[in-house]
Structure formats: structure tokens, C-alpha cells
Design a binder for this molecule. Structure first.
Ligand code: AMP
Ligand code: ZN
Ligand code: FE
Ligand code: FE
Length: 282
């Protein structure tokens, strides 16, 4: 069984439509795919409808959360699986976050324009195509201008990594956990040690999250070093959390391939047994 529990479609900042994504997952030899677009369930219906025989879908999302921190706020990503996509408190909060992302991306285009970089909000919004807007869509505009050669380059500090970055209006991490659990979902902390992306939270917070209902840690992720992976497996064992592995596929916005990291079948069974808001499909 090859199980990849974290992938993005054009419903957020991936480059494959949900229908294309499920086809690619089958072609990559996956048995199970988690669809986890940023702050939205907008890709679920299309993915379900296009699901090839033999591929099981685990519906989910990757929520933009924030820990208020000891000294400064730290953003973190929480995967949520098998929640009820009609749960009113959760859907209201996701809608708010998506709207705030639009305001933020528009403000970031204004920062770029103020420095003489001729990108427009209309253009960036078009790249998002109605899905959740993110910095990879701004990166597309920079690439189109020939200012950067790749999305990764656009994330360097002099571009969207720091100079033109505005923080997102994220959900408080404990509130996010409550919303996921309240909607019957299963929360798994995405790439908790991915220091390449920015500041990471201390283990003490992960201990608190475990006490508040966190179910697992995404230990195996290409943004983790072997040592960081081992640390996350050890911490999960100590706290009684499951560990997952996934690609965090974004199509051509990133170089990682579907199935680059995978999750054990026993772990998937536990996630499925814990999910009460919706079921796997297939
Ligand atoms: P945002 O959600 O708008 O803050 O944009 C962050 C998204 O961009 C994340 O979901 C990542 O998948 C992607 N991302 C973050 N860092 C990089 C990077 N260095 N290179 C390419 N994509 C990145
Ligand atoms: Zn992303
Ligand atoms: Fe993430
Ligand atoms: Fe992701």
C-alpha cells in the first residue's frame, strides 16, 4: 500500500486540477491520496467525481494556524482529515482566512508596485483561479516578468520570503484544533520541523497540542532532515501520537513528486477510525 496524505490542487496553490491530481496519483502508483488544499474543501467534489478505480481519497485540508509564541507569533500548518465540510464554525473560519489571504496578497502586490515592479492584483487573482490565494501565485507573476526563474527563487528573502511578505491572518492554534475536533476531524501537525520555511515551534507547544487533541505529526516530509524526522518520530512516540509521511505535492510549483514520502497502513487505519465528520472515498 502506498499512502500519500498531503497534496495540493488548483483549489489552492497546486498546479494540477483536482481531476488531474487524482489521475496523477493513480499513475504514480498510489493507493491512497490525501487532498489537503490550504484553508478550503473546494477541490473535494471534483476529486471525488474524477477518482480512478483503485485510488482511495482521504478528504482533508491544511489549515493556516498561528501560535502566539513566547516572543513573536509563529505560523504553522495543521492538516485536518475527515472533518464535516459543512460544519458551520469551521467553514466560517476558513472563509474568513481565505478572504484575509486575498487582502494580504493584494497588499503584497501594492508593496511590489511601490518598488516599481509592475504586477497587478487582477493578474495574481487570475493565477489563483478562484482557489485559495497564496504566495506561489505572486511568484507566478514575478516569473512572468522574468524577475525570478522559479517559485523557489521567489521565496528568497529579497522577494516573497521576507522583503515583500506580509503575515497571514491565521487562526489561533488552539482555536484551530478545537474547530477541527468539533467538526469530527483528525488533526495532524504538518512539517513541524520545517525550519527551511521559517521559525518553528518548540517541542513544549507540541506537548500542549497533544494534550488538546492533536492526533499526529507529519514526521516524514522532504523539508525535514533525517535528524529532524527522527526527532519527530521520538516525540510522537513519547506523546502517543501517530506519525505520517507525505509528499506535500504542489505540481510544478515545487519539485517534490507524489509519493516522495508515505504513511504506514496502520496509521491510516487509526486516522480513519478517528475521523467522524466524513469518510474516505473509494
Ligand atoms: P502562503 O500560504 O501564501 O504563505 O504561501 C506559502 C506556500 O508556499 C506554502 O504552502 C508552500 O507550499 C509554498 N512555499 C513555501 N516556501 C516555499 C519555497 N521556499 N519554495 C517554494 N514554495 C514554497
Ligand atoms: Zn502550499
Ligand atoms: Fe504546509
Ligand atoms: Fe502543504
Amino acid at each position: 500500500m502506498r499512502i500519500d496524505l498531503h497534496a495540493h490542487s488548483t483549489a489552492s496553490d497546486g498546479t494540477s486540477t483536482p481531476a488531474e491530481l487524482v489521475g496523477e496519483a493513480a499513475a504514480a502508483g498510489l493507493d491512497v491520496l490525501g487532498l489537503t488544499d490550504h484553508d478550503t474543501t473546494g477541490g473535494w467534489a471534483e476529486a471525488f467525481a474524477a477518482r480512478p478505480d483503485g485510488l482511495t481519497l482521504v478528504p482533508g485540508a491544511e489549515l493556516s494556524l498561528r501560535w502566539h509564541g513566547d516572543t513573536r507569533p509563529i505560523g504553522l500548518h495543521m492538516l485536518a482529515y475527515l472533518f464535516d465540510p459543512t460544519d458551520a464554525p469551521l467553514t466560517a473560519e476558513l472563509a474568513r482566512v481565505r478572504a484575509a489571504r486575498e487582502t494580504r496578497a493584494e497588499r503584497m502586490t501594492h508593496l511590489l508596485r511601490a518598488d516599481g515592479i509592475d504586477v497587478t492584483w487582477d493578474e495574481v487573482r487570475d493565477y489563483a483561479g478562484g482557489g485559495t490565494v497564496g504566495r506561489p501565485h505572486l511568484a507566478q507573476a514575478l516569473m512572468r516578468r522574468g524577475l525570478v526563474g522559479s517559485v523557489t527563487e521567489a521565496f528568497q528573502p529579497q522577494w516573497l520570503g521576507a522583503r515583500y511578505r506580509i503575515p497571514k491572518d491565521d487562526i489561533d492554534v488552539f482555536e484551530g484544533l478545537r474547530l477541527i475536533l468539533g467538526a469530527g476531524g483528525v488533526p495532524v501537525f504538518a512539517h513541524p520541523r520545517a525550519s527551511v520555511r521559517g521559525p518553528i515551534v518548540p517541542d513544549s507547544l507540541i506537548v500542549e497540542l497533544a494534550a488538546a487533541g492533536l492526533f499526529g505529526l507529519e514526521a516524514d516530509h522532504t523539508d525535514h532532515s533525517p535528524r529532524e524526522q527522527a526527532e519527530m518520530h521520538a516525540l510522537a512516540e513519547r506523546l502517543g501520537l501517530v506519525t505520517t509521511g507525505s509528499s506535500d505535492y504542489h505540481g510544478t510549483h515545487k519539485t517534490v513528486r507524489l509519493g516522495a514520502r508515505t504513511t504506514a497502513p496502520e496509521v491510516l487505519e487509526r486516522i480513519v477510525a478517528a475521523g467522524r465528520g466524513s469518510g474516505v472515498v473509494g
